[in-house]
Ligand binder design. Structure first.
Ligand SMILES: [Zn+2]
Length: 332
């Protein structure tokens, strides 16, 4: 949830909040003509994906991902932590394709030599460490809490479990393509990492692409996904000027494929139907030096979206859509 305070806190109807903390998020989209115009041009790209799905009932990439029974096992979470990898201390993947931990990834596959950093939003045990996660950290143009608990469905399925599940499925899909994949946390840390460290892990790994996975906690009736792009921020330790262009490209690819593979419509409450939003208040984006976006996969507080989010088959499609978007971006 980056639309509203990632602590799952209360929010004002119609207002959308901040993944880093419970305060109105600052979307730089609202009321900005030129950007809206640019994004208007993107509408087709994202909508096409969705319309193709609506028309054919299956992703146009013929992967057959859609509709696959939930037989696809969630990726093993007993993966040996790769702190040995030494890069950023995050958990990297000792791929079976002969990669050395900390090495440059598989030598085979379309993504051989590429490094992808996946940031599963929040942490399942953050709620047990409120003093640690409430500590303030610097995000360039502001100071914010280190991390938050995230939201949950009304039936109690935590966002932090959802993000880890999708992140692990995405890791498996990208490794199969030969990428070296690093998770900022793999459910083994007692809390966090803090939002600034989540960005730094991508920077230290010199990631070719990075993505932060979330799900929103918006009013009932607010539905659909949106991808958050970094705004140009040059303040304090933040300087996103070099990544806004490639991050937009990454975001367009991810939004288009996510819509196509999941059949989920772009958000009906953020981004004016484009499925895209631009923000300057997220620590995970402000401090990134590599192409990076956030994705809000749906609204956990809306029963229809929640039903999708709680389905393993839909989570596999979500991971498939994101991986296809990242693949088409990385192939440039
Ligand atoms: Zn979140």
């Amino acid at each position: 949830m980056s639309g509203r305070g990632d602590n799952g806190g209360a929010h004002e109807p119609g207002d959308f909040h901040d993944p880093d903390r419970a305060r109105p998020a600052r979307s730089v989209l609202r009321g900005r003509g030129p950007l809206t115009v640019t994004l208007a041009a993107l509408v087709p790209a994202v909508l096409v994906g969705w319309l193709i799905f609506q028309a054919t009932g299956s992703p146009s990439n013929g992967s057959g991902a859609a509709g696959e029974p939930d037989g696809t096992p969630a990726p093993a979470s007993t993966r040996p932590s790769a702190s040995a990898s030494g890069h950023s201390g995050a958990s990297a993947s000792p791929s079976s394709k002969g990669t050395r931990p900390g090495g440059s990834g598989a030598t085979q596959g379309p993504l051989a030599g590429k490094v992808v950093v996946i940031d599963p939003g929040h942490n399942p045990s953050n709620h047990l460490h409120t003093t640690d996660i409430n500590r303030q950290v610097d995000v360039g143009n502001a100071r914010k809490e280190c991390d938050t608990t995230g939201t949950a469905t009304n039936s109690g399925y935590p966002e932090a479990e959802f993000t880890l599940d999708v992140a692990r499925r995405l890791r498996t899909l990208l490794e199969k393509q030969g990428a070296r994949v690093v998770l900022t946390q793999d459910g083994k840390r007692p809390w966090g990492p803090c939002v600034d460290e989540r960005a730094q892990i991508g920077n230290k790994e010199h990631a070719d692409a990075a993505i932060s996975i979330h799900a929103d906690g918006a009013p009932v009736g607010d539905r659909g996904f949106h991808v958050i792009l970094p705004a140009p921020v040059h303040e304090g330790g933040a300087d996103t000027r070099a990544i806004t262009g490639p991050s937009r490209d990454l975001g367009e690819h991810v939004a288009g494929r996510f819509a196509r593979v999941t059949g989920t419509a772009p958000s009906n409450y953020i981004g004016q139907g484009t499925g895209l939003d631009v923000r300057d208040d997220l620590g995970g984006l402000n401090l990134s030096e590599v192409p990076k976006v956030f994705i809000e996969c749906g609204n956990m507080r809306d029963s229809k979206d929640a039903a999708l989010i709680m389905s393993g088959a839909w989570r596999q499609k979500a991971a498939q859509g994101i991986s296809e978007g990242m693949m088409s971006f990385l192939h440039g």
